[in-house]
Design a protein around this ligand. Structure first.
Ligand code: NAD
Ligand code: UD1
Length: 340
C-alpha cells in the first residue's frame, strides 16, 4: 500500500507543486484546503501533470475540528504536510488577530487531530521571516529569531508550539522548514502561482507587468545597505521546494522530536538583479519606478543551506533563470490564472 500523506493547504502555490512531486513518487495524497487563497482547478492541473486521478479534496477550514477528525478517520494518514496559512506580510500588520487565529489556531487544531488519531509525523511550513532584521547573511538555523510583523510572529509561535508538543508527545517527529522566497512554476506551464487579487509578492507581480496586466512594477526602496540599495532575498524554485518536501518525508524518522532546517539556495539576489534576470530569461521589458520602502520589509535574507545539504545529502538545483522562465511560462499560458 502506498503511504498516504495529508497535504493541508495543498491547493495553494507550494502545496500543489508538492502534490505533483508526491504523486509522481507513488504517494497517496489527500488535500484539505478552504480555498481562501487558491482554486480547486490547481488540483486538476496536478492530476494532469502527474497522470493520476485528481487528489481527494476536502474544502474546509482546518480550524473546524470535527470536520478535520472526519478526514483522519476516513484515510490511513501516515504523515502530514502543513502549508495552510495566511501569508501576506503587509496585510498581517493590519489584521493581526486574523493572522494569529488562522495560522496559530489552525496549527493547534491540526496537531490536536494528529494526536487524537495517533499520527506523529509532520512537516511544517515556516518562513525565513522569523529571522527578522538579520544582522548578517547567510543565516544558519542557530541565528537568533526576531519577527518584525504578525505573520512572522505567527510562524515563530507555531514553531514554539511544535517544539513543546514534540517534548510532550512520545514519538512525535516534526521537520520545521524555514523557506526563503519560493518562486517559479512547474516547467509544464500548467501549474504556478495564482494568488487571488493583485499579487503582493515580487515575482508574480513582475510576471503580470511583463504581460501587461499590471502597468509598472514598484521597487520598494533603493536605500538599503545592499549591493544596489534594493532588498536582497534568496529566491528558490518552487520545484526545489516541492522536491525538498518529498525528501523531508523520507527523513522524518531520522531523529526524534523537532528539527529546523532552512530551505533556500544560499544565493542572494536584489530586486534589480531579479528584474534583470527576468528580462534576460523572457525577453520582456519590466518598466519600474523606485518608491518608498514597504513597511515591515528587511534589507537582506539569505539562507545558509549547509544543514539540510548534510542531513539529507540533498540540495536545490534550479537557478534564477529557470525560476524566471518557468514563472513567465505559467503566466503567459494562463492569462487569467486557473480561471482560463
Ligand atoms: P498559498 O496561499 O498559495 O497556500 C496556502 C493554502 O492554504 C491556500 O490554498 C489557502 O487557501 C489555504 N489555507 C489558508 N488558511 C487555511 C485554513 N484555515 N484552512 C484550510 N486551508 C487554508 O501559500 P504558499 O505560498 O503555497 O505558502 C504555503 C506555506 O508556506 C504557508 O504556510 C506560507 O506561510 C509558507 N511560506 C510561503 C512563502 C512564500 O513566499 N510563498 C515563504 C515562506 C513560507
Ligand atoms: C515575504 C516574507 C516571507 C513570506 C512571503 C510570502 C519577509 C522578509 N518575507 O517575503 O517570509 O513567506 O512574504 O508572502 O517578510 N518587492 C518590490 N516590489 C514589489 C514586491 C516586492 O520591490 O512589488 C521587493 C520587496 O521589498 C522585497 C523583495 O521584493 O525586497 C521580495 O518581496 P516579496 O516577493 O514580497 O517577498 P518577501 O517580502 O521577501
Amino acid at each position: 500500500m502506498p503511504a498516504t500523506v495529508l497535504v493541508v493547504g495543498g491547493a495553494g502555490f507550494i502545496g500543489s507543486h508538492t502534490c505533483v512531486e508526491l504523486l509522481q513518487h507513488g504517494y497517496e495524497v489527500v488535500v484539505v484546503d478552504d480555498l481562501s487563497n487558491s482554486s480547486p482547478h490547481s488540483l486538476e492541473r496536478v492530476a494532469k501533470i502527474a497522470d493520476t486521478a485528481v487528489p481527494v479534496l476536502y474544502v474546509m477550514d482546518i480550524r473546524d475540528r470535527s470536520a478535520l477528525s472526519e478526514v483522519f478517520r476516513a484515510h490511513p494518514i501516515e504523515a502530514v504536510i502543513h502549508f495552510a496559512a495566511k501569508k501576506a506580510v503587509g496585510e498581517s500588520v493590519g489584521m493581526p488577530v486574523e493572522y494569529y487565529d488562522n495560522n496559530v489556531g489552525g496549527t493547534t487544531a491540526l496537531v490536536s487531530a494528529m494526536r487524537e488519531h495517533g499520527v506523529r509525523r509532520l512537516v511544517f511550513s515556516s518562513s525565513c521571516s522569523v529571522y527578522g532584521n538579520a544582522v548578517k547573511v547567510p543565516l544558519t538555523e542557530r541565528d537568533p529569531v526576531a519577527p518584525t510583523n504578525p505573520y512572522a510572529s505567527s510562524k515563530w509561535l507555531c514553531e514554539q508550539i511544535l517544539t513543546d508538543v514534540c517534548r510532550r508527545v512520545p514519538g512525535m517527529n516534526v521537520l520545521n522548514l524555514r523557506y526563503f522566497n519560493p518562486v517559479g512554476a512547474h516547467p509544464s506551464g500548467l501549474l504556478g502561482e495564482d494568488p487571488r487579487g493583485v499579487p503582493v509578492n515580487l515575482m508574480p507581480y513582475m510576471s503580470r507587468v511583463a504581460h501587461g496586466r499590471l502597468a509598472r512594477l514598484r521597487v520598494f526602496g533603493d536605500d538599503y545597505p545592499t549591493v544596489d540599495g534594493t532588498g536582497v532575498r534568496d529566491y528558490v524554485h518552487v520545484m526545489d521546494v516541492a522536491e525538498g518536501h518529498r525528501v523531508a518525508l523520507q527523513h522524518l524518522d531520522d531523529e526524534a522530536g523537532m528539527r529546523t532546517f532552512n530551505l533556500g539556495t544560499g544565493v542572494g539576489s536584489s530586486v534589480l538583479q531579479l528584474i534583470a534576470a527576468f528580462e534576460d530569461a523572457t525577453g520582456r521589458r519590466i518598466p519600474y519606478d523606485v518608491t518608498d520602502r514597504r513597511p515591515g520589509d528587511v534589507a537582506a535574507l539569505v539562507a545558509d543551506p549547509t544543514a539540510v545539504n548534510r542531513a539529507w545529502n540533498w540540495s536545490t538545483s534550479r537557478d534564477l533563470a529557470a525560476m524566471c522562465r518557468d514563472a513567465w511560462h505559467f503566466q503567459s499560458r494562463n492569462l487569467a490564472g486557473y480561471a482560463d
